[in-house]
Design a protein around this ligand. Structure first.
Ligand SMILES: [Zn+2]
Length: 303
């Protein structure tokens, strides 16, 4: 049997992406925070493979190679001031167009994703225009990843879709947001949070936030739904569970977990048993658990 390619799969249904490899492996002790280079592939291939297995069990259809920041220049030790993050992430549509131009020569499907929010790219090109230019350059799939939380990302793809519709362009849409709340941040997204990168836990989205994100993205027409930094396997599983009906299957990682906390009925404590069902888990606002309010405002201009 001939296996379906990416574009056929997107045409027929939903494709679920992966989550954030470097940040997950940094927490596990295999990646150097700050440098974010992927030498764990050589030093601890079992750790990299295990994380791939977890995303696969959670429902990921696509797992990207663990090669982030593996270009020669970033593998050298960086010194402050020597290098910014421009032209590494795709923050400029101009660079993205060059990349698409090269990649289309392969004849393979082209997926183009920029890390921008509602404010557009770093040269001031609007998010809508970025989407149109990526599609016109030849991208089959157009979207956004990283820097922003799931809800802000959905807002951005909405604007992109409107611009694409207006231009009569119909690429598939992709979203791979961060698993951290980034409300109020500027173009830098989570990079401008004072907690980035080592104290982001209190900003982590819950699996139920991810259910809402997956539904909102799907309803908007996004067919490639995944995550980026901060998205752990259980977040990906929440996408797969929310879209289980559309996909006609449940992920292997759901075998031990009934959706919406239904397993809670097995708890020996009556007061915990009550925390069951979509309504309960959708309506609570998780607390940070800290007695003091946040000590830092968001700095919109990181140095
Ligand atoms: Zn990311």
């Amino acid at each position: 049997m001939v296996k379906k390619g990416l574009l056929e799969r997107l045409r027929d249904g939903v494709v679920i992406g992966d989550g954030g490899f470097v940040m997950a492996l940094e927490k596990r002790g295999y990646v150097t925070g700050g440098a974010w280079t992927p030498e764990a592939v050589i030093e601890h291939p079992d750790a990299v493979q295990q994380l791939h297995k977890e995303f696969l069990r959670a429902g990921s259809d696509v797992m990207q190679t663990f090669t982030f920041f593996s270009t020669d220049d970033t593998l050298q030790v960086k010194h402050p001031g020597e290098e910014g993050y421009s032209y590494k992430f795709f923050m400029y549509v101009e660079e993205m167009e060059w990349a698409i131009e090269e990649v289309t020569k392969s004849g393979l499907p082209v997926v183009a994703s920029m890390c921008i929010g509602l404010k557009g790219d770093y040269a001031g090109v609007s998010a809508g225009e970025c989407a149109v230019r990526m599609a016109r350059a030849g991208a089959d799939v157009v979207g956004v990843n990283c820097l922003f939380d799931p809800y802000m990302t959905v807002d951005t793809i909405k604007v992109m879709k409107s611009a694409l519709d207006e231009a009569g362009l119909k690429p598939f849409l992709l979203t791979q947001p961060n698993g951290f709340f980034t409300t109020g941040t500027g173009k830098e997204g989570y990079l401008s949070c004072p907690e980035y990168p080592f104290a982001m836990e209190a900003r982590t989205v819950s699996r139920f936030d991810v259910h809402k994100y997956a539904r909102a993205a799907y309803d908007l027409g996004v067919r490639y739904v995944g995550g980026c930094c901060g998205f752990e396997a259980y977040h990906i599983r929440a996408i797969a569970e929310e879209l289980a009906e559309e996909r006609g299957k449940w992920p292997a990682g759901s075998a031990k977990n009934k959706p919406w906390g239904q397993n809670n009925v097995l708890s020996s404590s009556p007061f915990i048993r009550k925390r069951v069902g979509r309504q309960y888990w959708e309506s609570i606002v998780p607390s940070s658990g800290r007695s003091k309010p946040p000590s830092h405002p968001i700095d919109p201009k990181p140095q």
